[in-house]
Design a protein around this ligand. Structure first.
Ligand code: ATP
Length: 439
């Protein structure tokens, strides 16, 4: 019946042959160590939906660590083992990332002192998951390579476009699943199945989300804000009464919808233009959410959710965006070097927010010109050159490099020769008092 459908044919149609070869190898190695390996989770879900997903997830009945190690040996990659969680991350030379976990029954980490290692079946591992669409598995061992394992009707729900929990108490056990349900619903334009929606509303009425730690709330919020367009999910979150458990201080009705809508466009534009300078999309959205709040509230929120230093710094920069826009607007003749004095060291995310906040075309061009120049311009001389000119290492080195950089941004000097000449000029003007040459 359904459970034994084989998907080898569609795999061959939709997956690169190298990936299939890797999966076959995983199955063969699993077999050789007396284990069984399966492709699972979002990878299988997206495979059926024809959504590109390159994060391969494997679950192993038996010994996942051993499989990871042996695969690394065969394919020449690196295996990082997290013993506590019985998972391994395998990085292959071609860039493929494969997460390998040993089948287990609990979703969350094991109690610190677990007496014995309990091995679970693939069915049990699937049963601990959130929704039927995430419970599909594809067998990899040679005797059954490509067999679809579908214990909970996930395939049908994928076809019908339904988000469905596996058992009635699912949201009681883990209320973050309510947020996850909305995220998947909006991402795929699915519908939360009727009973599931009823259970979700019940759990919300019983205020179960209030029991979640800030850590788990922020994790789910970050995932939600990592969606390409999080607006529909945010609307649904608000409508269903979940937002008050997330960041109640923020009034989502006051957040600029046009800015949120434009964000993915600007991020894509940025990542194509400044290749390699990737944007943490969630952080840009987070800044937009915080934009209307008072300073003290923002500080409270940053603390409460334990945001890391990078995010803190970026959020602090984002607070200056309105003033910077005004400043740029008023300084019509501003040079790139002067812009750099205000914007040097800014995170890419705050820079994206600044771009988002600029409506004037000329101003936009000026800012982009500055950003382009920053990509190209580099000071070519170094500390040795300065020492050769008789300067002693000291704080003025920093000053010299900064000043040369700004003059270069402004196009006043263009190459190494002109940099050297400029420094000589400064020396002769006696800019560096403690320097023997200038005396
Ligand atoms: P994507 O990465 O595309 O957002 P994913 O399904 O890979 O989707 P993850 O959050 O990485 O999402 O979760 C991996 C798997 O772990 C999921 O397939 C899901 O079934 C399971 N999972 C994650 N969080 C929970 C949870 N709170 N309760 C139950 N299962 C969960």
């Amino acid at each position: 019946g359904e459970e034994n459908q084989n998907c080898l044919a569609i795999m061959q149609e939709r997956m690169p042959s190298r990936l299939i070869a890797t999966l076959r190898l995983a199955g063969e190695i699993a077999e050789s160590i007396g284990s069984r390996a399966y492709c699972v989770g979002g990878f299988v879900r997206d495979f059926f939906l024809r959504v590109p997903n390159f994060d391969v997830d494997l679950v192993v009945e038996g010994d996942g660590e051993e499989l990871a190690r042996k695969m690394a040996q065969h394919l020449g990659g690196k295996a990082r083992i997290h013993q506590r969680f019985r998972t391994a991350a395998l990085m292959l030379p071609d860039g493929t990332k494969i997460d390998i976990a040993t089948a287990r029954t609990e979703y969350y980490e094991f109690p610190a002192a677990l007496p014995k290692v309990e091995k679970a079946s693939i069915r049990e591992d699937m049963y601990r998951r959130d929704f039927t669409i995430n419970t599909l598995a594809i067998a990899l061992n040679p005797d059954s390579f490509g067999d679809l394992i579908d214990y909970f009707g996930g395939r049908k729900d994928l076809e019908k476009g339904l988000i469905r929990i596996l058992y009635n108490l699912s949201f009681v056990e883990d209320p973050t699943r309510i947020i996850r349900a909305i995220r998947f619903e909006q991402r795929y334009k699915f519908t939360i199945e009727d009973d599931t929606l009823r259970f979700a509303k019940d759990a919300i009425e019983r205020r179960l989300l209030g029991k979640l730690s800030y850590k788990r709330i922020i994790q789910e919020l970050m995932l939600l804000l990592s969606e390409i367009d999080p607006l529909p999910a945010l609307d649904r979150i608000m409508e269903i009464g979940v937002w008050e458990y997330m960041i109640p201080e923020i009034d989502l009705n006051k957040v600029s919808r046009t800015m949120i809508k434009r964000t993915p466009i600007i991020i894509t534009w940025w990542e194509e233009r400044y290749y390699g300078k990737n944007i943490k999309g969630w952080l840009v959205y987070f800044m937009l959410l915080l934009a209307g709040l008072d300073e003290e509230l923002v500080i409270q929120i940053i603390k409460r959710y334990h945001l890391d230093n990078y995010a803190r710094k970026a959020i602090q920069e984002s607070r200056q965006v309105p003033q910077i826009v005004e400043y740029l607007w008023e300084s019509r003749e501003i040079l790139p070097g002067e812009m750099d004095q205000r914007l040097d060291g800014w995170s890419n995310e705050s820079m994206v927010l600044l771009l988002l906040s600029i409506k004037d075309e000329l101003l936009w061009e000026k800012l982009v010109n500055y950003l382009d120049l920053k990509e190209q311009v580099k000071v070519e001389i170094n500390g040795f050159d300065l020492k050769e000119m008789g300067l002693k290492q000291g704080p003025e080195f920093r000053f010299i490099f900064d000043e040369l950089y700004r003059q270069k941004l402004n196009g006043i000097i263009k190459n190494r020769e002109e940099e050297l000449q400029m420094v000589k000029k400064w020396i002769s003007e006696g800019k560096f008092n403690n320097d023997p040459v200038a005396e």
